[in-house]
Design a protein around this ligand. Structure first.
Ligand SMILES: [Zn+2]
Length: 357
């Protein structure tokens, strides 16, 4: 009798379950577990998204290894694109079925910083997938303000490759360093996600771009993206090459995110009065410099962290119009996230590595 269940109905859980990559302890790629977990519950003011693509960032590696404020178990993933599955009662701007990407930041949306458009100063500010669970899963519920429709010309993998790196690079070059037409800009780590974004943004401002990378294939791709000059950073000293290329002048802006390995050469590359802007320390945070260089050469060192919703909408306008292009290196199935982390840590990629649930 097929309609008789072999155990009491009350013992069966009918809770819908989704696939996710989570970790219950910090460590290497092996801590990433592919599991069934309950679907997120949608609040009235939220949008439920079916994730089609989620890009990796170095942040995923830092969070996996252990950062303060990360609660376990945790789901990584800051850069998400997908289809709206369902909207809460109070949501008016998007509807089910729309193709969208997510703003990668989390903020209160009512403090004085948020309401004045400086969300990255909000006391509750964090990155999606850092302070809160992210998009390494099939479904994610987020506030309406984070959900941004995308044009049909952009694939989900391309859309997921945009938010964090283009937002970060735009905030650094435009909002912080205030790039001007025709300036000289040195972009470190051209093969990284932020590097590929920075080269294109600098060219949008008709800058002279010098880009660095660790192998010839990456340098060739950097030139395809618009870099005017390239430096192989294992074969030559960056500062020497910059001085030669600029006829001893130095660059107006150094775009830093590498940290310890390049810091001294970055400073050597600046013209008097030049600006170094940094958003990261991939090779280590402990750097030193001679204070006399700072004041005698009248340099500016600027820190930059993510960006504002205004920055994001501004840079997305250029992406949606095709003036800035996301660079996708390769895609992995969500179930192979650990392998994707190993690939990211090998630094072989040019552009973004994405996961497909
Ligand atoms: Zn706020």
């Amino acid at each position: 009798m097929a309609d008789v269940l072999p155990f009491p109905v009350s013992s069966i859980s009918y809770e819908a379950r989704m696939k996710a990559i989570l970790f219950q302890e910090f460590g290497g790629p092996e801590v990433l577990l592919y599991r069934d977990i309950p679907d997120p519950k949608l609040r009235n003011d939220q949008v439920l998204l079916r994730v089609k693509s989620c890009a990796l960032n170095h942040l995923d590696v830092w969070v996996r290894k252990g950062l303060p404020g990360v609660n376990l178990p945790h789901i990584n993933g800051s850069d998400v694109a997908g289809v709206v599955e369902e909207v809460g009662e109070y949501v008016t701007a998007v509807k089910a079925g729309q193709r969208v990407l997510l703003a990668p930041m989390v903020f209160c949306n009512h403090c004085s910083w948020c309401t004045s458009g400086q969300q990255n100063f909000c006391r509750e500010f964090t990155v999606l997938g850092n302070g809160v669970d992210g998009g390494n899963c099939e479904l994610i519920a987020v506030p309406e303000v984070n959900v941004i429709p995308i044009p049909d010309t952009l694939s989900f993998d391309e859309a997921a490759s945009v938010p964090l790196v283009f937002l970060t690079a735009w905030h650094m070059l435009v909002s912080r360093a205030q790039i001007k037409q025709g300036q000289w800009v040195l972009v470190l780590g051209a093969g990284s996600g932020v590097g590929t974004a920075a080269i294109q943004i600098a060219k949008l401002f008709h800058a002279n771009v010098i880009a660095t990378a660790g192998d010839d294939a990456k340098l060739a791709k950097a030139r395809e993206l618009g870099a005017d000059h390239t430096i192989h950073h294992y074969d030559a000293k960056i500062g020497d090459e910059v001085r030669r290329t600029t006829n001893k002048r130095g660059v107006d802006i150094v775009f830093e995110h590498v940290g310890k390995a390049t810091w001294a050469e970055s400073i050597r590359s600046l013209r008097p009065g030049g600006t170094l802007v940094t958003c990261g320390a991939t090779t280590g945070p402990d750097v030193s410099f001679d204070l006399r260089q700072l004041f005698a050469k009248q340099l500016s060192f600027l820190g930059s962290y993510m960006g504002t919703m205004g920055d994001l909408h501004e840079v997305l306008g250029h992406v949606f119009a095709g003036r800035l292009k996301p660079v996708v290196d390769r895609a992995f199935p969500l179930s192979e996230t650990a392998e994707a982390h190993r690939y990211l840590e090998s630094s072989k990629m040019f552009g973004k590595v994405v996961l497909n649930p």
